[in-house]
Design a protein. Structure first.
Ligand SMILES: [Zn+2]
Length: 250
């Protein structure tokens, strides 16, 4: 695979970076990333990933645009109320960068379909808003051996982690949250711009991981406080009893 003249122009600001260069740009072009959830965080990550030229993006989302989404989901507009988010995300990506292959899946991920929907990707970016889905995605990522970036935003706090096997997201939150009715931003509220910050940071982690820009400290939780404006990093410990990733430890 070589970069076309158009690529050299489109990605000129990447290619001039010694940490990316032509080789890094080709890694981005070859990468297949699945984004679970085209809501606030997905909508924050998709511009970064599509602009960066990630070659294949799969968007999984079964929602339609509602008026209350527009406070934080910049991919959508008022005249698109009621339309499927996955298809609108595809339109956005194609208009931004027609060279990107896009697959849309208008389904909700559950334990039963997670492996099938996520297999074959190089990286999973989960920006869904409930624990049941996030745990289903995480468990599948562990089973499939695919790196997972898990990102969440609630009220004024954002959290983003990259996981590679063990520890996993389930080590972090435990088993108590498998129920479908756990809190979400619908109940707790979220500052609109925060989801963009978190989604864009998740895209940054994804691009770093795909290109291999710098060590990516899998298992580190990045916490952002939108009230104090502080970022903190916390190491997530592997749970010795974790039913998802314990078997993968060596
Ligand atoms: Zn685990």
């Amino acid at each position: 695979m070589v970069l076309s003249d158009e690529d050299l122009d489109r990605y000129a600001r990447h290619i001039v970076l010694p940490q990316v260069g032509g080789a890094g740009q080709l890694r981005l072009s070859a990468a297949k990333v699945v984004i679970v959830g085209a809501g606030g965080i997905g909508a924050g990550a998709i511009p970064g990933l599509s602009g960066a030229g990630v070659g294949h993006l799969t968007i999984i989302d079964d929602d339609k645009v509602e008026l209350s989404n527009l406070q934080r989901q910049p991919l959508f507009s008022t005249d698109q109320l009621g339309q499927p988010k996955a298809l609108l995300a595809e339109q956005f990506i194609k208009s931004r960068n027609p060279n990107i292959e896009v697959t849309t899946v208008a389904k909700r991920i559950v334990d039963l379909n997670a492996d099938r929907l996520l297999a074959g990707h190089d990286l999973i970016l989960d920006g869904t808003d409930n624990f049941a889905t996030r745990l289903a995605v995480s468990d599948a990522a562990v089973r499939l051996g695919i790196p997972l970036i898990s990102a969440a935003a609630q009220q004024f706090q954002g959290q983003i982690s990259l996981f590679r096997g063990r520890p996993c997201y389930r080590c972090f939150v435990g088993d108590a949250f498998d129920a479908d009715d756990c809190d979400s931003c619908a109940e707790m509220g979220v500052l609109g711009a925060l989801t963009g910050t978190v989604g864009n940071f998740a895209a940054l982690l994804a691009i770093r991981a795909i290109v291999g820009i710098a060590p990516d400290a899998a298992g580190t939780l990045h916490l952002f406080n939108g009230l104090t404006l502080n970022w903190r990093q916390i190491r997530i410990a592997a749970d010795p009893a974790c039913r998802a990733c314990r078997a993968t430890s060596s």
